[in-house]
Design a protein around this ligand. Structure first.
Ligand SMILES: Nc1ncnc2c1ncn2[C@@H]1O[C@H](COP(=O)(O)OP(=O)(O)O)[C@@H](O)[C@H]1O
Ligand SMILES: [Mg+2]
Length: 358
């Protein structure tokens, strides 16, 4: 399929959550159709898309159907099986981002190894397969140290702090005894992130840094643009440019950063997709991260990332969404709801962007 994909083309999205939903809404505005592949019935994304295939990500019939419908396939989460992407490519459908970006982002050891080779500094780390590995790594990594599963952690799940060498075995058990990574503690003054994009022609675009506050491992609030020096923004863009270029990346990426307060930024992790810390762009920038991702994937020119206002983005977790009527009545609040049924505790149900003139 020749790029740019013309209006009327179809974008396949693996995953049916809120990120897929907001991607689908942006695609629709550009005259593009969306087909969702998700294992879940009635997903947030399927409610606003042309068609949904409800099946496992490795279901061969489902992938054949998706390949028949879609001109390009992208993802709204990074834990798509590598075999799924290989199958789609074999069936002749391009995927974006590519398999390398997925492989790197799916494994925290691969990720940090790649980042360091790309001149993107991280905390010191060691791959862990046993309690003895932890004890051997502690002299170099230092205490306290953070043990994380190599794969499939999100929202702070699969992590355990180690404050003393005697806690090594217990920590490994508590994360499930699976292949892990031991990380040095980042002595950050704040957490920042940069949303970056790269088009099919290699053009890049960067949003202003945002400052992110987590509670219990889950994003609570994003403040954007963050109050940073031009030098810190430039350093974030340097890092993002290296990462995108070396992955020959196509699409939007979220890069989580630790600000050490002395001009140093360490990369915490990369997400090869649109990112919760980029939701502020919906009401803050000329072109938001969702449209930007669709533009990149479809081979369109990237849009303008200039912020028009400053935004405070707050996630609506669990029951907080029940305040929707009051939020809708607040002229300063821009409400985004995900069409999810049950507000289970901690579940991301929506978000609110509060906008202030710059
Ligand atoms: N090495 C570290 N040092 C200090 N804090 C950390 C470190 N790694 C993670 N954290 C804290 O835990 C949060 C979640 O960790 P992260 O690696 O981003 O996992 P997840 O994939 O669950 O988002 C981070 O946003 C940060 O607040
Ligand atoms: Mg994270």
């Amino acid at each position: 399929m020749p790029f740019p994909l013309p209006p009327g083309s179809t974008i396949g999205i693996l995953g049916g959550g809120q990120l897929g939903r907001m991607l689908a809404l942006s695609a629709a505005r550009l005259g593009l159709d969306v087909v969702i592949l998700t294992p879940d019935e009635g997903s947030p994304a399927s409610r606003v898309s042309r068609e949904t295939i409800v099946a496992a990500y490795d279901d061969p019939d489902a992938l054949a159907r998706l390949a028949a419908l879609a001109d390009v396939v992208t993802y709204e989460f990074e834990n798509v099986p590598a075999a799924t992407v290989e199958t789609l490519n074999r069936l002749g459908v391009p995927t974006a981002p590519g398999p390398l970006a997925l492989a790197v982002a799916q494994d925290r050891v691969e990720e940090k190894t790649f980042l360091n080779a790309a001149n993107a500094p991280t905390v010191a780390f060691a791959p862990i397969d046993s309690a003895a590995d932890i004890e051997a790594a502690l002299p170099r990594v230092g205490l306290p140290a953070l043990l994380k599963t190599r794969r499939e952690g999100y929202d702070g799940k699969g992590q355990a702090w180690i404050r003393d060498a005697s806690e090594a075995a217990g920590a490994l058990t508590s994360v499930g005894g699976v292949a892990s990574i031991l990380e040095a503690r980042a002595a950050f003054v704040r957490e920042l992130s940069i949303i970056a994009a790269r088009g099919r022609d290699g053009q890049t675009a960067f949003y202003p840094l945002s400052e992110n506050v987590h509670e219990g491992g889950v994003l609570r609030t994003t403040y954007a643009p963050a109050k940073v020096t031009p030098a810190l923004q430039a350093e974030a863009e340097r890092i993002a440019g290296e990462v995108l270029g070396r992955l020959d990346y196509v699409g939007v990426m979220g890069i989580e950063l630790f600000d050490l307060g002395d001009g140093t930024l360490l990369v915490n992790e990369i997400a090869p997709r649109v990112h919760n810390t980029g939701h502020w762009t919906q009401d803050g920038c000329e072109v938001d991260q969702f449209e930007q991702h669709i533009r990149a994937v479809a081979g369109w020119p990237l849009g303008d990332t200039t912020p028009a206002v400053s935004v405070e983005m707050t996630n609506l977790l669990g029951d907080e969404v029940l305040d929707w009527a009051a939020l809708a009545a607040d002229p300063a609040a821009r409400l985004h709801l995900y069409g999810k049924g049950e507000p289970r505790p901690g579940r991301k149900m929506g978000h609110v962007n509060r906008v202030k003139r710059l």
